[in-house]
Write a protein that binds this ligand. Structure first.
Ligand code: FAD
Length: 316
């Protein structure tokens, strides 16, 4: 079922989570091992991230360096199909602009249709590690809004080859939002304007970047409303599970750790203590978000489902 229909038909806050494809070479069982502990809490949908190619340099004979493109975590679409098949739960593949031409995007969407996958989270993707700014592939999209427009076009039956008459697709489209502003955006309001453009283009709902300060989420939600964004906004949550995340998460995701949480973590003597603090914070955050009427709690598992399980057990 489409995520937007799940939300519209729900009488309570939904629960969803996101998983990463395993490192290349691992078997599908490693995915099931991270999903299984959460199944008893009846997740409504499961997102699977997309990881584009990275470039590595290999030293060759004569001393020259060869630039090699490789994907460490392929398999997003296959994993989604496996989830739907095994658990009968909707899976949402992330689809990015980076590394895709418009034709390749269309082909990927056609594959999804054949597999019965009618949800996508449409994203731009980050710059590749060796580039300082995002560079679209030739004949690819520069911004997520353009990807949304392509999917909406397919939903109207407009494929790239205008001569072919096809039946329209019926994709439900999610997009990303940033309660603490996207790291490249010149300011908060400009970022909201671009988010509005994604909704105006036809996206059905927003999933946010992870955050730890609910006040920032509520301010973001209010700013969206004032900008005319009325689609459901799903908060993204990631329980802190090891001490070093106190400094790594702000750097990677351009977010703040609230003072009270940072103070508590600084007193922790081990990762085990930090994990307990992270879980407790996640429980309080989740309870308040549910009270404030969010449509769904979306958890970033990042390969570690235990903290999410403990939070979900406590709040649902
Ligand atoms: P956009 O909406 O294109 O925005 C990117 C930047 O450009 C913003 O600063 C925005 O303000 C600005 N902007 C937008 N439109 C325009 C315009 N028309 N003109 C000028 N500026 C504009 N990355 C992955 O690689 N794989 C994943 O699976 C993945 N999953 C994610 C899931 C969630 C819920 C979130 C929040 C992020 C995820 N990301 C993922 C990271 C995401 O790809 C990056 O944050 C990326 O840098 C921005 O993606 P976006 O879709 O928000 O881009």
């Amino acid at each position: 079922m489409r995520v937007i229909d799940l939300i519209n038909n729900a009488h309570k806050t939904l629960f969803s989570f996101e998983i990463l494809p395993p490192i290349k070479g691992k078997r599908i069982e490693s995915i099931y091992e991270s999903i299984d502990p959460l199944i008893e809490y009846s997740p409504n949908f499961i997102n699977v991230t997309y990881h584009r190619e990275e470039y590595i340099y290999k030293k060759r004979e004569g001393g020259y360096l060869e630039k090699i493109s490789m994907r460490k975590r392929p398999g997003t679409v296959g994993i989604c199909a496996a989830i739907i098949n095994k658990y009968k739960i909707d899976a949402v593949p992330h689809l990015i602009c980076g590394g895709f031409s418009k034709d390749e995007t269309e082909n990927a969407l056609i594959d999804l249709q054949y597999l019965g996958i009618d949800n996508v989270l449409a994203l731009r993707g980050d710059p590749v590690k060796t580039e300082s700014t995002f560079v679209p592939k030739e004949n690819g999209h520069a911004h997520a809004v353009d990807l949304v427009k392509q999917i909406v076009d397919m939903n109207k039956g407009n494929y790239s080859d205008n001569e072919i008459h096809t039946s329209p697709s019926d994709f439900c489209i999610g997009v990303a939002g940033y309660p603490e502003k996207h790291f490249e955006a010149p300011n908060f309001n400009t970022d909201i304007k671009y988010l509005k453009a994604k909704i105006d283009a036809g996206a059905h709902y927003i999933v946010t970047q992870l955050f730890y300060d609910n006040e920032k989420f509520f301010k973001f939600r209010q700013a969206c409303l004032e900008a005319g964004i009325t689609v459901p906004i799903i908060p993204g949550l990631k329980p802190i599970s090891v001490l070093k995340q106190m400094t790594s998460l702000p750097k990677i995701f351009n977010i703040d750790i609230p003072e009270a949480l940072a103070d508590a973590l600084q007193k922790a003597k081990s990762d085990a203590e930090a994990k307990e603090i992270g879980i407790e914070w996640g429980i309080q955050q989740s309870k308040e978000l549910i009270k404030e009427g969010v449509p769904c709690l979306h958890f970033y598992t990042m390969g570690n489902s235990d903290p999410v399980k403990r939070i979900v057990k406590s709040v649902f």
